[in-house]
Design a protein around this ligand. Structure first.
Ligand code: KIV
Length: 279
């Protein structure tokens, strides 16, 4: 007869050699985000690596954008157009490893989705399969609608991005506020109708942003577009004071560049003075 279970030295789960019971934590889905439309506004922040992604998740931010802004704030480029799909996969995978429940939306970088629906589906699929993204973001309104439809049709949720489009900013009026009301409303409707679950509005006139937010059924995510959006997104390095050329609309909540230089100066000083390591 077997001994009673309580008299065994280990329960099945506690035995060191027992297979660990895995509690799958489901990531926030695009559907969850879509249902936040019209509710309390929520924050999104960019993330590019495991430790900062974990900090954001611990802060209760449950939508993380692996933006192609990584090219400027981490990789030292002067624009986002140099960022490759492999760069984005590398950073997306790090963010996925550092988090367990956050929704990870990753930018498809310049040149990976413009040429054809097939290219767009291939790039988005790699982002989900190899990077661990939960959804992808692409830039463009009316002109990106077919791509959005194709990617969503392949089973991958898409966040759209209208207004100032950094990947092609050189073609438009640069970093000026976007205020072509008819065109912006058409873009917002087109991406919604194509199946996007949310739309980023970058540097859009505040009154037009409010009108778009009231018009579309999907959450609007503002950056430099005023307070009326369903969500706001900021670049992590702007929030933390790690990037010297932050845009004026970004709010700096810390000055980590100063703290970092100060810490490293003290460390170098301690080494040169032989006060570190201790004797
Ligand atoms: O790449 C990025 O960080 C972005 C945000 C500016 C929305 O697309």
């Amino acid at each position: 007869m077997l001994p009673p279970i309580d008299s065994l030295p280990y329960t099945a789960e506690a035995r060191p050699d027992a297979p660990q019971k895995r509690t799958a934590v489901r990531r926030i889905t695009a559907g969850n985000i879509g249902r936040r439309k019209g509710n309390q506004p929520f924050a999104i922040v960019t993330a590019y690596d495991a430790p900062f992604a974990r900090c954001a998740e611990d802060a209760g931010i449950d939508v993380l954008l692996v933006g192609d802004s990584v090219g400027m704030v981490v990789l030292g480029y002067d624009s986002t157009t140099h960022v490759t799909l492999d760069d984005m996969l590398h950073h997306t995978a790090a963010v996925a490893r550092g988090t367990s429940k956050a929704h990870i939306v990753s930018d498809l970088p310049f040149g990976t989705y413009q040429a054809s629906d097939a290219d767009a589906i291939r790039a988005a699929t790699r982002m989900v399969q190899e990077g661990g993204a939960t959804s992808v973001k692409i830039e463009g309104g009316v002109r990106a609608a077919d791509r959005i439809k194709a990617i969503v049709g392949a089973g991958i949720p898409v966040m759209a991005h209208i207004g100032l489009l950094p990947q092609t900013a050189g073609l438009g009026p640069g970093y000026k506020v976007r205020s072509n009301r008819e065109a912006l409303l058409a873009d917002a409707r087109a991406v919604q109708d194509a199946g996007a679950y949310a739309v980023v509005l970058e540097v859009v006139d505040h009154a037009i942003t409010a009108e778009i937010t009231q018009t579309v059924r999907i959450p609007t995510v503002g950056i430099g577009s005023g307070p009326s959006c369903d969500a706001q997104v900021l670049v992590l390095h702007d929030v933390l004071g790690l990037y010297p050329e932050s845009p004026s609309f970004a709010k700096r909540y810390a000055d980590l560049r100063t703290d970092t230089v100060s810490a490293l100066t003290r460390y170098a000083h301690d080494v040169s003075e032989r006060s570190f390591p201790p004797a």
